[in-house]
Every structure is written in C-alpha cells, then in structure tokens.
Design a protein around this ligand. Structure first.
Ligand SMILES: [Fe+2]
Ligand SMILES: [Fe+2]
Length: 271
C-alpha cells in the first residue's frame, strides 16, 4: 500500500448542547489553540490544493507527482472534516470570530491572486515543516486519548496529525524539485508560520475571553501559558529555517504505523 493513504473518514460532530470548548485535556491553552487551528486549516488547505494544482504539470518526477496528488487529496479531506466540526464552534457563539476568519479567507485569496507559485509552495512547506514536528510529538504524547479530551475532537486531530506525518516530505520535495532556493524557503517559512500563529493567537484569545465571561476562569489562557507555548514553538520554528533542514531525517515512532493501519481499517468498516 502507498504510504500516503487517502481516507474518507467520518467523525461524530457534537451538537450545540454537547459542545464544550475545553475539549483537549480540559486545558484552556491547548483547547483554544486546537479550535483555532481547526478554523485555520479550513482556509489553508483549500489554498494548498489550488496552489499545487497550478504547478502539477511542472513536476517532472512521476513518483513526486503522485505524492503531490495524494497530498492534495489528504488535505482536501482534512478541511472538509474540520468544516463539519467548526459548525459546532460557531454555534457556541463567539462575537467577532467569523469576521476574523473572513480576514484569513481574504488573505489566502490575495496570496493566490497576487503572489508567485514559488511563494505558494514555500508557504505550504512553511506550514508543513512546523506541523510535522508538532504531529510527531503530539501523537506519542497521548494528548488525544487524555481522559479530559472529548473523543470526537481527539479522533479528528489524531487522524489529521497522522496524515500530516504520512505526507511530511511532499511539500519540501516539491519545493526542492521546482525551486531549491534555500534563503527564499527560510524567509517564506517565517512569513507562513507568523501568519498562522497570529491567526491562532487572535482566535484563541477571542474565544477564551468570551468563554471566561460565561463559563468561568478555567477558560482563561494565562500569560504563563502564552509564554510557554511561544517558547515551545520557537525551537521547532528555528529548526525549519536551518540550511540543512529536511523532513526526511525524522525518526518516525513505531506507533505511527499502527495508527495508519487503525484509521485505514476504520475507513473500511465505514464503507
Ligand atoms: Fe492537513
Ligand atoms: Fe499537510
């Protein structure tokens, strides 16, 4: 079987009554950043698909073209499943959230209209190079199986992060194949990651403020949590910008293969 498996998953979506924002390990910081990431990818991943489609004919390596196609099809599944879940987030009622998401949507439309293909592919790689590291860590941490993680949200992110690991090399390989310009890649890495974290911080703060007022202090993201998260990201971000960076060097933990098999088997039992 090809290591990049396209799976059409189904996940339970919480009803308005069932949804509680502290859905990842009961932690305000982790929950709101995950909810915000779910909002971000519903506009990011369509941008990936459109950007790759534009350069597909320029990819001269047949195996890489197939990888890029599978990458796009995985991403297309991700944003659809997150869109389902986001309905529960919006239904919880966050004044100003839809407007912030609208700004993000216009950003990506602007990138597609005015930026070069090299920028688009560099942006994708900027996201992927960070997310792969995050995914490898989170999938061994047990966070999505935590007793205070809501099952459907935990499953959704577990599946998504697993497939991020499966297709971790593709954006890098496409960038190297088409452009191979290290300094530009490092620059766009920074730009892409800054754009992502700005959106995630804005949305997490907005949701946390609204919920602190209606559900209490446990929904607040504290200054200490913000500093710890920023410090934690810094090492992973810096790594992606080093000249020798390549996703091919990652040691993939043994539980990844069994997770891949688990989700593949789950699809087969659906269809
Ligand atoms: Fe994805
Ligand atoms: Fe991805």
């Amino acid at each position: 079987m090809h290591p990049i498996t396209v799976r059409q998953m189904k996940f339970d979506v919480p009803s308005v009554d069932e949804f509680h924002p502290l859905c990842i390990a009961g932690s305000s910081a982790l929950s709101y950043t995950h909810l915000a990431t779910g909002l971000y990818v519903t506009y990011l991943e369509p941008f990936f698909v459109k950007s790759l489609r534009r350069v597909m004919d320029q990819i001269r390596d047949e195996a890489l073209r197939e990888d890029a196609d599978r990458f796009s099809r995985q991403e297309a599944q991700h944003y659809r499943r997150h869109m389902d879940f986001n309905k529960a987030v919006f239904a919880h009622g966050y004044p100003g959230l839809e407007q912030r998401v609208e700004v993000l949507k216009r950003d990506f439309e602007g990138f597609l209209a005015h930026k070069t293909d090299r920028f688009h592919i560099g942006y994708i790689e900027g996201f992927e190079s960070y997310t792969t590291q995050f995914a490898l860590r989170v999938l061994v941490s047990g966070l999505y199986d935590h007793r205070h993680t809501a099952r459907p949200v935990g499953d959704l992110f577990k599946w998504h992060m697993l497939e991020e690991v499966e297709h971790r090399n593709v954006a890098f390989d496409v960038y190297e194949h088409l452009y191979g310009d290290y300094l530009y890649r490092a620059l766009v890495c920074w730009v892409a990651q800054h754009h992502m974290f700005r959106f995630i911080a804005d949305c997490a703060q907005l949701m946390s403020s609204v919920d602190t007022a209606r559900h209490g202090e446990r929904c607040r993201i504290t200054m200490r949590q913000k500093v710890l998260m920023a410090a934690d990201r810094l090492g992973m971000r810096a790594r992606t910008m080093l000249p020798g960076y390549t996703p091919h060097k990652y040691a993939v933990p043994p539980n990844i293969a069994s997770l891949s098999a688990y989700f593949t088997q789950r699809v087969q039992s659906i269809h």
